[in-house]
Unconditional design. Structure first.
Length: 128
């Protein structure tokens, strides 16, 4: 590829005033030699890229979701565990719920009753 990135030790850095004065040359070099770096007050600030290089860098690439979905089939037990975790609320034990709501009730018995009712409303199978 003609527009390969130039190693940092060999790249030319254009001071902003030079880049402005010779912008046509900066663009020509970006097309022919690769990215052209421009500095402001000695600090690297921007890079001028050819359209081809920009398109290559921003081309759609598969996401992690695409990679997972296109990968090998997940074992059934893993799928079941993931689905179960999605159905289960974050707080599923009476003590979790009690800890969350104890300040709203006068006694532990009232809090436990409220916790059981909440659990029944979320997932009746979790409370017998």
């Amino acid at each position: 590829m003609a527009n390969q990135l130039i190693p940092p030790e060999t790249k030319e850095i254009w001071p902003l005033q030079d880049a402005k004065a010779r912008f046509s040359e900066v663009v020509k070099r970006a097309v022919e030699q690769g990215p052209q770096h421009v500095s402001v007050r000695g600090q690297p600030t921007v890079v001028v890229l050819s359209e081809k290089t920009f398109t290559e860098l921003t081309a759609l690439r598969p996401s992690i979701v695409d990679h997972i979905l296109d990968g090998s089939v997940w074992p059934d037990d893993l799928v079941e565990a993931v689905n179960a975790a999605r159905r289960t609320p974050a707080a599923t034990s009476i003590s979790d719920v009690f800890g969350r709501y104890k300040c709203h009730f006068g006694s532990p018995g009232e809090a436990t009753a409220a916790a059981r009712n909440w659990l029944r409303s979320v997932d009746p199978a979790t409370v017998t």
